[in-house]
Design a protein around this ligand. Sequence first.
Ligand SMILES: [Zn+2]
Length: 198
Amino acid sequence: MPAPELDRLIQTLARLPGLGPRSARRAVLQMIAKRQTLMEPLIAALASVSQTLTECRICGNIDTADPCAQCADPRRDASLLCVVEGVADLWALDRSSLFGGRYHVLGGRLSALDGVRPEDLRIEGLLARVACGDVREVILALNATLEGQTTAHYLAEQLAAYPVKVTQLAHGMPVGGELDYLDEGTLAQALKARRPLA
Ligand SMILES: [Zn+2]
């Protein structure tokens, strides 16, 4: 049995997605073995992120600055706005450097089952950004799940009041697939072949 302090560390790590108690134990042993090169840098990185973490008031991204790096980048095309469900989706699109416009993070998707209503999402903020008049096209990059598509149609209805083109990612995407799990080629294809929302 590990000491209570070690056990607490293992239990905490085991709560992370993709890690169970077994992987957490292995991770802890690895950190102990590489205390200088792994554990200490990890402690420093966690402390630094924890202290500087903030939510971008424009797009909802998580960053260490507000506005976030994407919103503050003047090279990004303000006439293109890509709407995603979560920060992981934004990071996935941004990682692949396929998209040169700006982002808006909804913070979830509409769900009758989970009781997620329009007012629970960053929809007011989205409409406010569109109402400013700089946006020419809104790309709905929601997941190809039933709830993602319900949300896309709801947004398209709301956006119909504004003079913007509304498109969505082409579904070369696996149904139920989250953007974060797509490889860059599939994402690039889905973005390039985007089409008006019917
Ligand atoms: Zn932002």
